[in-house]
Design a protein around this ligand. Structure first.
Ligand code: AMP
Ligand code: TRP
Length: 344
């Protein structure tokens, strides 16, 4: 940790990003989200929020939730998120999120929420049995962003609609009360849109909820486990092609090549020039080396942090203090604008 890092507030804009503490952090989370946050933290003032309030919109075992919250924090720090230069904190530690979400429940319209595709997907056929929290989830997400007046939000495809809703809420609030309280947050679209696929099925996304542990490389996997999972990864019988066109109709080959490219900061074209004509066994040996050399140190640092929960909790407390100071001021402003009698 550096003590000479840029202070919060001195950078180009303010980023808020959230990740759910639902366990099983994997290579997809690392390459698709966490690594992007690490890259953004030099240019923006960043607030990284572990969204436990969002997690309980579906059932969470309480003991697991605590464990998973620390695991996500450890994973982010191990992957390079600097908790001194940025605020890394737990959502429930800053009461302003839930407080502003209530105000937004009264700003957002039922018709807006009815259009949210994530609710439809997650609630499934039995809408009546879904929690009310799952339904108003996007209002809470808007509050996460706007309680810091964040200007930029890194999001993947699946969260774009929620960010649009946050902009609608900000705009309606500003118009309703005739004051420019909230900025309209901009999406920061991730670079090449990295999608890591399952190691068992190249057509399915690598996911924490896949029942096969062999479908994903977990951020907590040891070197040996990583090696074994890559060795067992599904392939097809042909040697590797020497150009991108040759990956057509070969999703497993494409996935392994893309993973190798992302992990080694090279293009897939470049990798294919080198490995065209190789058998999978030879390529897998190389991929294992690349994966282990990058993920090994992250894994070791994560294990160290997980063995020191008191240290992790201190880091998160410091993050909550910094985030809380910003949130408290914005909430006070909002309460004033809405017309709540100030408490004396
Ligand atoms: P989730 O674990 O689904 O809550 O996702 C947490 C973050 O990781 C989100 O920003 C996702 O877009 C990203 N993510 C999850 N799975 C993948 C994947 N297989 N490939 C790329 N990004 C992913
Ligand atoms: N909904 C996001 C997800 O499932 C997590 C999230 C909650 C978030 N609050 C946020 C993301 C605010 C960005 C900004 O991945």
């Amino acid at each position: 940790m550096t003590s000479g890092s840029t202070p919060l507030g001195a950078r180009a804009g303010r980023i808020l990003s959230g990740i759910q503490p639902t366990g099983n952090l994997h290579l997809g989370n690392y390459l698709g989200a966490i690594r992007n946050w690490v890259a953004l933290q030099n240019d923006f003032e960043c607030l990284f929020c572990i969204v436990d309030l969002h997690a309980i919109t579906v059932w969470q075992d309480p003991k697991e939730l605590i464990r998973n919250t620390r695991e996500v924090a450890a994973g982010m720090i191990a992957a390079g998120v600097d908790p001194v230069a940025n605020a890394l904190f737990v959502q429930s530690h800053v009461p302003g999120h839930a407080q502003l979400a209530w105000v937004f429940n009264c700003v957002a319209r039922i018709g807006w929420l009815n259009r949210m595709t994530q609710f439809k997907d997650k609630a499934g056929k039995n809408r009546e049995a879904a929690s009310v929290g799952l339904y108003v989830y996007p209002n809470l997400m808007a509050a996460d962003i706007l309680v810091y007046k964040a200007t930029h939000v890194p999001v993947g495809e699946d969260q774009k609609q929620h960010l649009e809703l946050a902009r609608d809420i900000a705009q309606k609030f500003n118009i309703d009360f005739g004051r420019e309280v909230f900025p309209l947050p901009e999406p920061v679209i991730r670079g090449p849109g990295m999608r890591v696929m399952s190691l068992r099925d190249g057509q399915k996304k690598m996911s924490k909820s896949d029942e096969s542990d062999y479908s994903r490389i977990a951020m907590t996997d040891s070197r040996d486990t990583i090696a074994l999972k890559i060795q067992k990864a599904r392939t097809d019988p042909n040697p590797l092609p020497s150009d991108i066109a040759g990956l057509e109709g070969r999703p497993e080959a494409a996935n392994l090549v893309n993973i190798c490219a992302a992990l080694s900061d090279r293009t897939a074209e470049d990798i294919l020039k080198e490995i065209g004509g190789w058998q999978f066994s030879q390529f897998k040996t190389q991929l294992t080396e690349v994966a282990v050399s990058l993920l090994g140190p992250i894994n070791a640092e994560m294990a160290r942090l997980m063995n020191d929960p008191a240290e992790l909790d201190r880091i998160l407390a410091r993050g909550a203090e910094r985030a809380g100071a910003i949130a408290e001021a914005v909430l006070k402003e909002v309460y004033g604008v809405v017309g709540f009698l100030p408490r004396r």
